[in-house]
Design a protein. Structure first.
Length: 151
């Protein structure tokens, strides 16, 4: 018996999400709101989901479920306050995949521009591929709202 295996193309192994978010708040206020929103104030479109973000190089980003249970989403790869937060890890994908998140902030007239990138490589499940844009759009909108409410 012979078996032929079809290997997936590179396109099916990658995921790239890029968004620009214009925020009517200062760079510092926007960065603070970012850390709050992806940390203790985190939520998905479906539920509250507080996370712990240790905002230093090598710090963990994880969901603490209590009693030493939880899910490590990643580690801070790079942080330069108030212009960069980069995280690498499995994120919400509990399988063989590598993810990189980048939040790059810069001043623009009237506020801050966030350039967001999520890049993933691996055998990405269809449900994650379908839902990722909606999830990040929701998250990034809450960051914008939080920052603008603080100013």
């Amino acid at each position: 018996m012979s078996m032929t295996e079809t290997l997936p193309g590179i396109e099916s192994l990658t995921l790239i999400v890029t968004q620009e978010i214009h925020v009517k708040a200062s760079l510092e206020t926007t960065f603070e709101a970012l850390l709050e929103q992806i940390g203790p104030e985190n939520e998905s479109p479906e539920q509250k989901m507080p996370m712990i973000l240790e905002a230093w190089p090598g710090g963990r980003w994880y969901r603490d479920l209590g009693d030493d249970n939880g899910h490590c989403w990643g580690h801070v790869q790079s942080i330069k306050r108030p212009t960069l937060l980069e995280i690498s890890g499995p994120l919400f994908m509990s399988y063989a995949v590598a993810n990189n998140l980048q939040y790059r902030l810069s001043e623009e007239p009237g506020g801050t521009l966030i350039r967001f990138h999520h890049k993933a490589f691996g055998v990405i499940q269809d449900e994650h591929r379908r839902g990722v844009n909606r999830g990040w759009t929701s998250m990034n909108e809450r960051i914008r709202q939080r920052a603008e409410a603080k100013k």
